[in-house]
Design a protein around this ligand. Sequence first.
Ligand SMILES: [Mn+2]
Length: 346
Amino acid sequence: MTTARSTRLLTALAHYEQVFVVTHDNPDPDAIASGWGLRWMIGEKLAKLARLIGGGAIVRAENRHMVKLLNPPIELVDEIQIDERTATILVDCSSTASNHLLGSAGVRPIAVIDHHQVRGAQQRLAFRDVRPRVAASATIVASYLKEQDLSPPSDLATALLYGMQTETQGSETHYAALDRRMVAWLSRFADPGKLAQIDNAPLTPEYYSDLVLALQSTFAYDETAICFLPRAEGPETIAEVADLLIRCQTIHQVLCGGVVGDDLFVSVRTELGTESAADLVHRVLDGLGAGGGHERRAGGKVRLAQCTLHGEQLTDELRNRWLAVCGSDRQRGTRLVARRDIVKNL
Ligand SMILES: [Mn+2]
């Protein structure tokens, strides 16, 4: 008989005094939910109080509403202190990525649990469970809970379901057999009313202006689109606009960009039958920044302080690279919303 993966993970953690579960920066619902599930399993099975930690902020209205309604025990911090008695688990994030607190602290995790596409040489770790074919890290963590014969509390099950739901947007709609089994299993414990409330989270007036300005700034080059948002409340706003634009019937590949704080964030979406979004974002940011993601959804960022290009120079370079990697030879784009329609209806 083979040992269950969740049992191997628990064994690897057993002799540590404390456990830190670390998500990627600006944790999304999948990161929050899968980290919470691990923290809860460690508490139940090892009687250890783990901490769930991420960097950055949670901005998207739905994600904030999820935090408010479900109370995940996530702590947002700027840096972490780790000693040899502390085990670290990186969740919903690749160990070779730079968008997490362990990266800036130079710490190698004990374990990685993730579903992002793997790029580059992998580190040797005590435990690794990376499955790019499943929809969400939440799926993997839910399967651990089931393996350990644990029945998740309603709010945790609801968070895990919501995490899976958010990972299957913007053309990334593939559900593996394990995802389907976990949706059915989690539904026994989750609260569909709270899921509906999260989906219909209250929105700020700024959200509507960000959205209008984004749509006015969208240009199509045949089947490829580009949108540099004049304003974005957070990186999640840029991702959300990308999810919306890829649903346009005539757009098959889209890059959205916007400056938040000291960084320029990009989100890429591609439809089935086009090149991998993760590969495209990697090629567009080559030498300028870092990124990664999935087949149909990916993202990355350029640290403006470390970039020699600025303002329009940078956006022009990104536009040229994006059109080149998408194979578009159009020089001028067409507005998604015609200028005369915008002006006439002001
Ligand atoms: Mn994820």
